[in-house]
Design a protein around this ligand. Sequence first.
Ligand SMILES: C[S@@+](CC[C@H](N)C(=O)[O-])C[C@H]1O[C@@H](n2cnc3c(N)ncnc32)[C@H](O)[C@@H]1O
Length: 283
Amino acid sequence: MTGSIVIVGTGITLGSHISPLSRSYIENADVVFAGVADGITELWLKEMHQDVRSFAPLYAEGKSRHQTYQQMIDLMLAEVRLGKKVVGAFYGHPGVFAYAPHKVIELARAEGYAAHMEPGISAADCLHAELGIDPGKVGCQYFETSQYMFYKRSIDPTAYLVLWQVGIAGDKSMARFATGVAYREVLVELLTQHYPLNHEVMLYEAPSLPFQQARIDKLPLSALPQAQMNLKTTLVVPPGKALIKNQAVLDKLAVIRAAEQQPALSHTATAEPPEGEYRLDEL
Ligand SMILES: C[S@@+](CC[C@H](N)C(=O)[O-])C[C@H]1O[C@@H](n2cnc3c(N)ncnc32)[C@H](O)[C@@H]1O
């Protein structure tokens, strides 16, 4: 079983987000498949390897992305079975909101081939950096927008809510590049179960090129249906409510702490996190 596959992440911003290890896998591969967001990133990959095969022609409006993903998997596995060192290079983090990268690793391993994933910088990483959102502060929920709409999900409005693929909110066909106002109105209606219509949300797009600026548009929830969105847009919903103390648990912990009666801990026993904010223990 000489064939192998490594799935790497190329990051979001061209050239600067890839790890040295991922770059090395690309340079030493027999064949590189490119599941990246644009032609410029493909050209950049071609500077690293002479045999880069683009997945871009597999996408088409009206064609189910399920079919596209299956084609990607088949193409990569065919080369692995020929005994080649295959690299699949996907934009962002290849394991974040991405079906084909996980599936091809699972199938290759099931056939006895070496297969693993190398992380990349995700849109999530850019979002946490640029919007100054620390997921440890009050928590952060990630959902794929349509899944959030199709299923009864529990939302915690005291934490951040990040909705991915909001530009195709509510699309059941998996064959569209955009959905319209009526779909987003359903999304807004769903969100108003937890947030008022004047709640401020953000539309975020991290820059694909180093000289570009991020899009950070703040708008009331009510304006979401008319807002401009594309396949790169992520919706960020800040908390709508303050954290509520779980007094029953706090009381139980206080009893345990009192029973421990360790003098070494006594000086920290009264330290409280700031109100409405979870304490982040520095490691
Ligand atoms: C199929 S997922 C792929 C995510 C990718 N694997 C990653 O790690 O960022 C596509 C979704 O990721 C988010 N996304 C992709 N590129 C983005 C960008 N430049 N800025 C913000 N969000 C982005 C959007 O929500 C988009 O609909």
